[in-house]
Design a protein around this ligand. Structure first.
Ligand SMILES: Nc1ncnc2c1ncn2[C@@H]1O[C@H](COP(=O)(O)OP(=O)(O)OP(=O)(O)O)[C@@H](O)[C@H]1O
Ligand SMILES: O=C(O)[C@H](O)COP(=O)(O)O
Length: 403
């Protein structure tokens, strides 16, 4: 390992731990997910060693609906850790410092959403971030900093890259295991067919992965919002915003040229959905062949069953399959057919398989699939993509420098 881990940290200290508890928020309620379960292991281990454990994390971004307090996160984390997790509605002010100083050995505290602090977000160098009031005020209350937030490792934020310059820095268990698994993939060669299933909401993530893994991946199977944008580039009247949607047009403006050129150059390696699913007038799932769509009048929320029947045999023939992003709005059972169908096909084979994406990995537990049927399930989205394409991660770089 190129950085220090908890194994290198003497127990019984005051430890500041960065977690990634960024979660889906539905009607103001934070949804439990794999990130809590995974990070709980690091937190429990530190508490059991007799450390005073203070956690910081983010939720959403200012201006978004899911930009909320971490009060609910503290309760969900406590359930997974099996110990109380205190919460203080402050990031580094007097209230936070007082709560930190009041902790006993083995106690756990969660600070308020770090993105409520002005110094956190604007991306800057580790030196600039280390120099902020946030880092300079909070760091002296601790003996060590542990970064467990692998899924936020691609961000140059104060809580990620600033603290390692101000405190002795270590990687937590999630950081360690995700780094090991995801980095190994970039270096690995496969003899047989390598397939990548790409979907989700972020077209730019999908494009960058398709461009960077051009040599390595033999077949890309598309779905989700990204897949619809590719269908649009192929001339189908889909992938446009209708009735208050805002997922397509702006992404199309930004990415249309790149999507067209990727399709042009790698068309033979790209399979697009042949049918799509939508909600009919009765609120039921309905499907339509893409050839039969004359104009886009409703939003499509999943790939159709025929598409799944095309994708499954390609997966069965593969030696390695990677997944990034969901094929549909799987959180709604009616539109889970594409995502679950593809995951089931992967689970049936003994190919090397990695499922990534903070949201996408949630489908595994939601639909009762067994994590053991996959080689690795990553709780990271953007960081997973960067690792797959061999890009370095700022959080890992600073941990390595610190070591
Ligand atoms: N056609 C669609 N309409 C609406 N939502 C969709 C559609 N297809 C996929 N999604 C949504 O995409 C989400 C996953 O996309 P995203 O690109 O954010 O994925 P991720 O890689 O899992 O997560 P992250 O990058 O945030 O860690 C799912 O929650 C799903 O509901
Ligand atoms: O959920 C994620 O992918 C990470 O927490 C990063 O969040 P961000 O994309 O808002 O920086």
């Amino acid at each position: 390992m190129s950085f220090n881990t908890i194994d290198d940290l003497d127990p019984g200290q005051r430890v500041l731990v960065r977690l990634d508890l960024n979660s889906p928020v539905e009607d103001g309620t934070v949804q439990d997910n794999r990130r809590f379960e995974r990070h709980a292991e690091t937190v429990r281990e530190l508490a059991e060693r007799g450390d005073r454990v203070v956690c910081m994390a983010h939720q959403g971004r200012p201006g978004d609906d899911d930009f909320v307090s971490l009060r609910q996160h503290a309760d969900i984390l406590a359930e997974h850790v099996g110990r109380d997790v205190g919460f203080v509605p402050d990031t580094y002010g007097p209230e936070a410092i007082e709560a930190i100083e009041a902790l006993d050995a083995g106690e756990i505290l969660l600070l308020e959403n770090v993105r409520m602090c002005e110094d956190e977000l604007p991306e800057a160098s580790p030196e600039t971030k280390a120099d902020t009031e946030f880092v300079q005020t909070l760091a002296p209350a601790f003996d060590a900093y542990v970064n467990d937030a692998y899924s936020a490792a691609h961000r140059k934020h104060a809580s990620i890259v600033g603290f390692p310059l101000a405190l002795p820095a270590y990687a937590g268990r999630v950081m360690e295991s995700e780094y090991e698994a995801n980095t190994a993939i970039a270096e690995r060669d496969f003899d047989g067919q390598v397939t990548m299933v790409v979907g989700g909401t972020k077209a730019s993530d999908v494009i960058s992965v398709m461009e960077a893994l051009d040599e390595k991946v033999d077949q890309f199977l598309l779905g989700g919002i990204a897949g619809e944008l590719f269908l649009r580039a192929a001339g189908y009247p889909v992938g446009e915003d209708v009735e208050g949607m805002d997922l397509f047009d702006e992404q199309w403006e930004r990415n249309a040229d790149t999507i067209r050129s990727v399709l042009d150059e790698r068309g033979d390696a790209i399979t697009l959905a042949s049918d799509l699913a939508y909600e009919d007038a009765e609120g039921e799932r309905a499907e339509i062949d893409v050839e039969a769509i004359e104009e886009k009048t409703q939003g499509f929320l999943d790939v159709g069953s025929e598409t799944v029947e095309t994708y499954a045999p390609i997966i069965h023939e593969s030696e390695a399959v990677f997944v990034k992003g969901a094929l549909g709005l799987f959180e709604d059972e009616r539109f889970s057919v594409g995502t679950v169908g593809v995951l089931e096909a992967i689970a049936e084979t003994d190919c090397f398989s990695v499922v990534g994406g903070g949201d996408t990995s949630r489908a595994i537990e939601m639909y009762g699939l067994d994590e053991a049927d996959f080689s690795h399930v990553s709780i990271a989205g953007g960081a997973y993509i960067r690792a797959l394409t061999g890009e370095s991660l700022p959080a890992v770089d600073v941990l390595e420098d610190a070591a």
